[in-house]
Design a protein around this ligand. Structure first.
Ligand code: FES
Ligand code: FES
Length: 157
């Protein structure tokens, strides 16, 4: 039995400790906001936060999350997280999503990035691109992502 702390709640799960966090969230806990893209740490669609760090849940086993806090897109976009709310609003304002498949991972990476910055810092376009480089968008929404992240940083200043 493993215990997962997800979005402020504890869940006891009877799974092999090597089970990826992604499938535990989606199949066992019914939290389908986190997406499966490549399953090989290459695309970022499955990004969640583990103790505030953006990680690839498709290759991270639940054994690595014991005693740690997992945060998913469901909590980042529920309006209660200051940075998540700013990112969410900027995403809507810039109409970032196209097919949408990559977008929960994009928002999770953007939120972790903005939380890592000193309060009030405005990231350059190059810094945003570097922070978001691990998240692939097959629809090519990169320019809107960059604008939305910059806008969210301004709103948070
Ligand atoms: S599904 Fe995890 S990085 Fe692509
Ligand atoms: S919006 Fe379609 S993959 Fe990014």
């Amino acid at each position: 039995m493993s215990t997962l702390h997800v979005n402020g709640r504890e869940h006891a799960v009877n799974l092999d400790p090597s089970t990826p966090i992604l499938w535990t969230l989606r199949d066992t806990l019914g939290m389908t906001g986190t997406k499966f893209g490549c399953g090989a740490a290459l695309c970022g669609a499955c990004t969640v936060h583990l103790d505030g760090q953006a990680i690839r849940s498709c290759v991270t086993p639940i054994s690595a999350a014991q005693g740690a806090k997992i945060t998913t897109i469901e909590a980042v976009t529920d309006g209660k997280d200051r940075v998540g709310a700013a990112v969410h609003a900027a995403w809507v304002k810039h109409d970032v999503a196209q097919c949408g498949y990559c977008q929960s991972g994009q928002i999770m990476s953007a939120t972790a990035f903005l939380k890592s910055l000193p309060r009030g810092k405005q990231p350059s376009a190059a810094e945003i691109d570097t922070a978001m480089a691990g998240n692939i968008c097959r629809c090519g929404t990169y320019a809107r992502i960059r604008a939305a992240v910059a806008d969210a940083a301004k709103a948070l200043a």
